[in-house]
Design a binder for this molecule. Structure first.
Ligand code: X5A
Ligand code: ZN
Length: 668
């Protein structure tokens, strides 16, 4: 199924007709430059192009008042002077005689996208629109926004398709207060926003943008605000926020549709945000959302004012929606203290609403700064300097290998549709065979076992050469297979492999203890406590059959460690009797493809063959089916995961959810 791209050059006719330093960054070039970048990179040709349409009055009135609509309707007939006066009645907005038309197109484009995704005509998509929407309110335009495209899209989707849960992810650097106001008492729309806040000194300077604004009445808990109190937030801060705040809540909520208020002003070089998200991070944010709601993700452009950064980030987003393998994450270091403080506060504020945060530590009163701290002189100077020096490399081309998914199966099983069967080589390379014989098999070994291992070696080599993106192999001896693949991959000096073992088998001890191999095992066996930084057993009470515990382990431990480790290959191992259900397995398979440029090799123990079809489907890029609304995880499991997180966060910085020194002493 296709990815939709909705764009119309007509939306560039809305522009500023007078001098206004507050508004002059919202230029028509934002759209043309983004679209041209998509054309140049060949992405436009790969998307289904869907025409825009004007939204109807009825649709506008889903969120806005008649009075407001009547006012906006008059603007096409106003003189420039009248437009200027009218614009001054709002906070940071300009109107042009064509603005009403463009605003209707921007909204219509967003609704077209929702329609096509909801009707299953496309898999997902992006609408490149202006004017943006997320600041506009029932009765007022605000912050370059006239109609609230995403808020209306959410209301429209609920009403038209009878869905009960919509997730809005607002990754624009500003707080979409307009969206928040629309749904603050509505539990059917979960609104997540991170935003530059600086203790309320940054526009729009609202106390309701802080982490303690969680929604009202029935909607309490369904507004999740993550304020950034410093500029300069980096990839690690943004990815941490997704892993430790948004994703666990999103999975617990189980949306039927995901709308993204996709502003790119948190991107590096943006004059408004002054943040440092490099374009590749938007590929990761997008990818993480793509297994929610059966993959129904609609991204609608909001802000983004550095034309280079904006267009690169838009390309990363669209390319990810298309299903191309993700880039390796760049520049991941430790999240900064201020980010951790915010992450901690929002988890704490939502503890009573979301069971994934039931263990979020309380704070000692006064340990978190709630007031702006004046920057030291030197620091201020260095910030200014950074702004001028902001250069970053153009993201490398993301090439999808010719073969997406290859399979190694025993002779009699059928190859799942869309996959390529790797022929078993009758005459494996004698050097490879000799080495395998020496390393793995005593004496002459059995010919069949040898050639199976030789096939696995070929498989990994093809992935390394980027001839194959991912694949699966059904193997007779899983221990041997794991050892063999790990040895093969870690031969090259710069390779690293993340081994994810699901289920209770014995992890071969000869692959652990090497810093090039990180093993995470999710199991139900009693912990034999590991003190190795590179072998992490996560033992859940009910093992892999408990969805909530499993999800918690994935976002709380596995993905952050995976990101920090940055492997060149992910080896996902299905142990015998793993008891993981297909849905969870597919989620895991889908999510892990964020790493290692999508190089995921799944090893399946013979006898667990029923999962071959579902595994192949996820490897091919099909979204996993939703898991349903999750129960609260077992307290023991939450405690075990938290215990591990606290223990490991010294080694793995992305596991942190609290600023150093901010935990209660009794929780350490
Ligand atoms: C959509 C968007 C920003 C408005 C900033 C006003 N609006 N200072 O990014
Ligand atoms: Zn913005």
């Amino acid at each position: 199924m296709a990815t939709a791209l909705i764009y119309d050059g007509e939306m560039t006719s809305h522009k500023l007709l007078w001098d206004d330093p507050l508004c002059d960054i919202e230029v028509p070039d934002r759209l043309t430059v983004s679209y041209e970048a998509l054309v140049r990179s060949g992405l436009v040709d790969r998307c289904a192009s869907i025409p825009v349409r004007e939204a109807t009055e009825e649709e506008i009135l889903l969120i806005h008042s008649e009075e407001y609509l009547e006012k906006v309707k008059k603007t096409p007939h106003m003189s420039v002077e009248e437009l200027k006066d009218f614009s001054l009645q709002s906070d940071a907005v300009y109107f042009h005689p064509n603005s009403y038309h463009c605003a209707k197109l921007a909204l219509g484009a967003s609704l077209q996208l929702v329609d096509h995704v909801m009707m299953g005509k496309v898999k997902n998509g992006m609408a490149l629109v202006r004017p943006p929407g997320h600041h506009s309110m029932r009765d007022a335009s605000c912050g370059f926004c006239i109609f609230n495209n995403v808020a209306i899209a959410a209301q429209y989707a609920k009403q038209t398709y009878g869905i009960q849960r919509v997730l809005i992810v607002d990754w624009d650097v500003h707080h979409g207060q307009g969206v928040q106001y629309c749904f603050e008492d509505d539990p059917s729309v979960l609104y997540f926003s991170w935003h530059r806040y600086e203790h309320s000194t940054f526009w729009p300077n609202l106390s309701e943008s802080d982490y303690n604004a969680v929604g009202k009445d029935q909607g309490a808990g369904f507004t999740v605000n993550l304020p950034w109190n410093k500029v300069g937030m980096k990839n690690s801060d943004f990815l941490s926020a997704f892993c430790h705040v948004l994703m666990p809540v999103a999975y617990e909520f189980c949306p039927e549709l995901v709308l993204v208020s996709a502003g790119f002003d948190a991107g590096i070089g943006d004059p408004e945000g002054e943040m440092c998200a490099t374009p590749d991070v938007f590929a990761h944010l997008t990818h993480l959302l793509m297994n929610l709601a059966g993959g129904k993700v609609c991204a609608v452009l909001e802000g983004g004012y550095n034309l280079t950064s904006l267009s690169q980030s838009v390309c990363q987003t669209v390319q990810t929606l298309l299903g191309d393998p993700n880039p390796r994450p760049e520049n991941l270091d430790s999240p900064c203290e201020s980010a951790l403080e915010s992450i901690h506060c929002v988890r704490r504020a939502h503890k009573q609403y979301w069971s994934c945060f039931s263990h979020a530590a309380d704070l000692l009163e006064g340990q978190i700064s709630t007031k702006p701290i004046g920057l030291a002189k030197e620091e201020e100077e260095s910030t200014v300097k950074k702004k001028e020096e902001c250069v970053w490399p153009e993201p490398p081309k993301r090439v999808a290998p010719l073969v997406r998914t290859a399979v190694l199966l025993s002779g009699d099983s059928v190859c799942p549709g869309g996959c390529e069967r790797l022929p078993s080589s009758d005459h494996p390379d004698p050097d490879v065979v000799n080495e395998l014989r020496q390393n793995f098999l005593q004496g002459d070994g059995d010919r069949e076992a040898l050639s199976a291992l030789a096939d696995l070696v070929t498989f990994t080599e093809k992935m390394e050469k980027n001839e194959i993106c991912n694949g699966l192999a059904v193997v007779r001896d899983i221990t041997l297979a794991v050892t063999c693949v790990v040895r093969q991959v870690t031969k090259a000096p710069n390779n690293r492999v993340l081994v994810v073992c699901v289920g209770d088998g014995e992890v071969p001890s000869n692959i652990t203890g090497d810093r090039k191999t990180l093993v995470v095992q999710i199991c139900s066996r009693e912990t034999k406590q590991s003190n190795c930084k590179f072998y992490i057993p996560v033992c859940l009470k009910k093992g892999c059959s408990d969805l909530s515990g499993f999800i918690q382990a994935v976002f709380g431990l596995l993905l952050p460690m995976g990101y920090e480790f940055d492997p060149s290959l992910v080896l996902l191992v299905r142990m015998p009797g793993s008891e993981v259900c297909d849905g969870m397995w597919q989620q895991l398979t889908g999510l892990l493809q964020s790493l290692a440029k999508g190089h995921t090799l799944v090893l399946i123990q013979e006898g667990e063959n029923t999962c071959v079809g579902p595994t192949a489907s996820s490897l091919l890029g099909n979204p996993a089916p939703p898991l349903g609304r999750l129960q609260a995880p077992l307290p023991q499991d939450v405690e075990e995961i938290e215990r591990l997180r606290l223990k490991l966060q010294g080694d793995w910085k992305l596991l942190q959810t609290t600023a150093p020194g901010a935990q209660r002493s009794d929780e350490l």
